[in-house]
Design a binder for this molecule. Structure first.
Ligand SMILES: Nc1nc2c(ncn2[C@@H]2O[C@H](COP(=O)(O)OP(=O)(O)OP(=O)(O)O)[C@@H](O)[C@H]2O)c(=O)[nH]1
Ligand SMILES: [Mg+2]
Length: 447
């Protein structure tokens, strides 16, 4: 696959930090560095050297620079890095010098794209680079790291290996149609296909935890107006995020924010108190609250302990999903019912809290238990494109297995090949230029 040979450069971090790393990659990376760096003669592979970037005889910045010799670099090409000061003027001066020396600014993702095209990493690893940059929890980052380490590539390649073996068996049989060996072929190829299918399904099933890693565990706070939902929301987030007033119907729209429990991202959502809406905006807000509660991973259903369980509470409870914990708020006020009595009404885990003082907050947090994502779960699919490809491969393989009964062997091989090609779109073996561009376009500049 061909791609342009320009020498590219880009800052690898937004300016504003103490140091900014500017990367350069391409055939002329070393010459271009030599043109702008005044101590070029001291440069060695992978060794930082102190000097100055000079443009038109004037020092643009005092920097550290380093050279990487192909193929021992991130992109596999000759590369260089300039570690300039992070201020806007310093960075602009260095970028300006590089552009004057004949390099062009990189497109988003272009460094990683070159790394993929030069065989430095497979496509699933390249995708993992982006997920690692975007990861907003420790668990998300470690899943991306495992993918970067080639975990997914190895698994998919193993499945492809089985499909190749099955194809070889069938194609050998097709060459000798006069011998009646169809039953033998089936006996030998079918277990390979079954095993491949099992492995594909197993990888595909990890997408559920993958979604958890990317989007977080959705926890919705729901209940009738004025029970203290927004107060609880602010308490759990430890900041005054939602407006709290003594008037029922204060929260009109959903408000969400995130925090982390045990390395997993929790997306907490405050919602409008559920009642008969007084006006159109409140009505819409209430509909949003209901939808959020139904699609949430779990719901914290808040009631006001000083009022006990009201008929409105029961109506709201009827609209919630299965995974609900009852939070009895305002425990500082005289309570109308005991926790045991309330637990008996809803038949759900029930906890008492005072959203104003924070008493009981820890017990509420303990109830928020995202499913465990084991550090050892070696590969987790976090990417919707991968999930779709696996579904496609699964369907093709199933159709191939069915074709053993109803059609000739040619149909079986077509389906196996289709499954193989689909899987190659994950590793990058069979991917088209369009797909590649699409994937790397989503990267940030400098990666
Ligand atoms: N005494 C007491 N008052 C509380 C407690 N939690 C909240 N409140 C008060 O209850 C009132 C309503 O609180 P919010 O947090 O706005 O209630 P909400 O459920 O979000 O109300 P809506 O947004 O209208 O649905 C406010 O006056 C809070 O100060 C509590 O634990 N104890
Ligand atoms: Mg509110």
């Amino acid at each position: 696959m061909s791609f342009d040979k320009d020498t590219i450069y880009a800052p690898a971090a937004p300016s504003g930090g103490a140091i900014c790393v500017i990367r350069i990659s391409g055939e002329n990376a070393h010459e271009i560095l030599e043109r702008v760096f005044n101590c070029a003669e001291r440069l060695e592979h992978a060794r930082l050297t102190h000097g100055q970037v000079v443009k038109d005889g004037k020092a643009a910045d005092d920097v550290m620079a380093v050279r990487f010799d192909a193929p021992n670099s991130y992109t596999g090409e000759d590369m260089a890095e300039i570690h300039s000061h992070g201020g806007r003027v310093s960075v602009a001066g260095v970028l300006n010098a590089l552009s004057g020396a004949g390099a062009r600014i990189a497109q988003p993702g272009e460094f990683t794209k070159r790394a993929f095209l030069n065989g430095k990493m497979d496509l699933s690893a390249a995708g993992a680079v982006m997920e690692l940059i975007e990861a907003n929890s420790a668990a998300g980052a470690s899943a991306a790291l495992r993918q970067l380490g080639g975990g997914l590539f190895d698994k998919i390649s193993a499945v492809q290996g089985k499909l190749t073996d099955a194809l070889a068996i069938i194609e050998a049989g097709i060459e000798y149609p006069e011998d009646d060996i169809e039953a033998d072929i089936r006996r030998d190829a079918m277990p390979l296909m079954e095993s491949a299918l099992g492995q594909i399904s197993k990888i595909a099933d990890t997408f559920a935890s993958g979604r958890l890693l990317r989007e977080g565990y959705n926890v919705v706070i729901a209940g009738r107006p004025n029970v203290g939902k927004s107060s609880l929301f602010n308490l759990l987030l430890e900041k005054e995020r939602a407006i709290v007033t003594s008037a029922p119907g204060t929260t009109r729209d959903t408000v969400d924010d995130t925090f982390i429990i045990n390395g997993v991202l929790i997306r907490l959502m405050d919602t409008a108190g559920i009642r008969k809406g007084r006006d159109e905006a409140e009505h819409i807000g209430i509909e949003r609250a209901k939808t959020a509660a139904q699609t949430a991973d779990m719901t914290l259903f808040v009631i006001d302990g000083s009022e006990g369980v009201t008929s409105e509470d029961k109506k709201v409870f009827g609209k919630l999903g299965q995974n609900t914990v009852v939070i009895v708020n305002k425990s500082d006020l005289p309570q109308k019912m005991t926790i045991t009595q309330i637990e008996a009404v809803f038949d759900k885990k029930t906890r008492s809290v005072c959203a104003i003082s924070g008493k009981g907050a820890d017990e509420v947090l303990v109830c928020i238990q995202p499913p465990e994502i084991s550090e050892m779960q070696d590969v987790v699919i976090t990417n919707e494109r991968h999930a779709n490809i696996l579904a496609h491969a699964e369907a093709s393989l199933k159709s191939g297995m069915a074709a053993f009964d109803t059609a000739d062997l040619d149909c079986v091989t077509i389906d196996i090949k289709e499954a193989w090609d689909a899987l190659g779109e994950i590793t990058g073996v069979t991917v088209t230029q369009e797909i590649i561009d699409n994937i790397f376009d989503k990267f940030c500049l400098g990666k």
